[in-house]
Design a protein around this ligand. Structure first.
Ligand code: HEM
Ligand code: HEM
Length: 258
């Protein structure tokens, strides 16, 4: 059927000669390429932040798990020559710093980046239509709607989930994490001056440990659902998903207006 594409009368097709080179592009294929355009949504800093943040959170969850449930001392060497738990805590604090500065950078980008970059920090709570779209997305995720809708940025349900579990969730982990860190850094240190007030406010250090620990589980639940939904929507929705967080471009699978 390759000949079909070569003799097609459509002038746009002339531009797509490389698509015909392998001989497996039909006229229909070429017409489809012409219609399915993409929108540049996630700029480089947003994509970079996404993957660095994901990596930092993985490290924080694994090392945080060990901090909360320390393994019995390991028989690698004489006790005085081991530093296993020190390395675990060091990895936690290093990833914690990366998470914190990355998040501040991402917040800054919400002011200077494109308008999609704002979605993570500003919810259109007074917009009635936004709320009805949330309900629609709940039904779509529950397989109660037949036809998904098109969104250029995050869909309203994803936006709300990202705001509560990530924007508020990361802020909560930073504040509680640095309050705990302040205990080690000592009175009068910068972490103590900035976050030391939390422990007396909450009551005691153990309560902050427990809240910080619970925060981890809410983030773990988000991540599991998030990865499931990203892959599910890549397959079932009318637009690209995972590759959008890699290349920045959202490609649409059809050219219907709604
Ligand atoms: C610890 C792991 C992860 C965390 C904490 C995380 C967090 C986030 C956050 C906060 C956003 C919003 C980005 C923004 O607006 O700046 C986002 C978007 C996104 N993430 Fe992740 N992510 C993780 C892993 C993954 C993985 C493994 C994938 C791919 C399978 C993925 C795919 C996506 C996609 C496709 C979007 C854009 C969704 C949309 O356009 O509505 N994420 N993620
Ligand atoms: C997604 C982010 C984070 C996760 C999932 C996480 C997870 C955890 C967990 C599960 C614990 C053990 C709590 C317990 O049961 O006692 C912990 C402890 C701790 N975390 Fe985090 N954390 C995060 C971010 C941070 C940040 C940003 C800091 C700031 C530097 C931080 C500093 C600490 C400190 C100081 C401890 C106590 C260490 C100790 O007692 O030895 N965490 N974290």
């Amino acid at each position: 059927m390759a000949n079909q594409s070569i003799h097609t009368p459509n002038p746009d097709v002339e531009v797509l000669r490389s698509a015909q080179l392998t001989g497996d592009a039909t006229a229909d294929d070429i017409e489809s390429i012409r219609k399915r355009t993409s929108v540049y949504v996630y700029e480089v800093p947003v994509r970079l932040w996404h993957w660095v943040n994901a990596l930092a959170i993985m490290v924080l969850c694994i090392t945080g798990w060990f901090i909360g449930s320390p393994p019995p001392s390991m028989q690698i060497a004489e006790a005085t020559h081991q530093f296993v738990f020190g390395y675990i805590r060091f990895a936690h604090f290093a990833a914690g710093m990366i998470l914190t500065f990355g998040f501040l950078g991402r917040f800054y980008w919400s002011f200077v980046g494109n308008h999609h970059a704002r979605q993570l920090f500003r919810l259109p709570l007074l917009n009635k239509h936004w709320w009805s779209e949330i309900w629609f997305e709940v039904r779509w995720y529950l397989f109660l709607e037949r036809e998904p809708k098109k969104y250029v940025g995050h869909n309203p349900l994803a936006q709300a989930a990202m705001f509560f579990f990530m924007t508020l969730g990361i802020t909560f982990m930073i504040v509680t994490g640095f309050a705990l860190y302040a205990e080690g850094a000592g009175q009068g240190s910068l972490p103590d001056t900035l976050f030391g007030w939390l422990i007396p406010l909450v009551g005691n250090s153990q309560t902050v440990h427990s809240l910080h620990h619970l925060g981890m589980w809410s983030i773990v639940i988000f991540v599991i659902i998030h990865i499931y939904v990203a892959i599910r929507e890549d397959i079932m929705s009318r637009q690209s998903m995972v590759s959008t967080m890699i290349s920045g471009h959202r490609t649409f699978k059809d050219d219907r207006p709604e």
